[in-house]
Design a protein around this ligand. Structure first.
Ligand code: ZN
Length: 105
């Protein structure tokens, strides 16, 4: 494989630097909503999270999105995001596996 310059982003939960495509983007919309943005193209301030529910739970516990998005995120929103996160996790990981050969599970 040819080394390519990959933009790195930091997971707001575990602080690990990862290629953008290995992270799930969470975006603060202009009307102060918080959404998971699988396309990575929605307008607004973004925060990144590894595609792992463990990291989501950590972010929820530490209110990492509040800091990353400069917004007080309601616990209800965190719960909603958690549901969405679980829903997209499989899809996200499947897409990632098609994309690169990572033999770490
Ligand atoms: Zn992480």
């Amino acid at each position: 494989m040819k080394p390519r310059k990959v933009p790195l982003r930091k997971c707001v939960a575990c602080q690990e630097m990862m290629p953008k495509k290995a992270l799930i983007r969470v975006v603060r919309t202009p009307d102060d909503g918080v959404l998971i943005d699988l396309t990575g193209k929605k307008a607004g301030r973004g925060a990144y999270l590894c595609g792992k529910i463990g990291c989501f739970k950590l972010a929820k516990k530490s209110k990492a999105f509040d800091r990353a998005l400069k917004l007080t995120v309601d616990p209800v929103i965190y719960d909603q995001l958690e549901q969405d996160f679980i829903a997209v996790e499989d899809e996200f990981n499947a897409a990632k596996e098609r994309d690169d050969d990572d033999d770490e599970s």
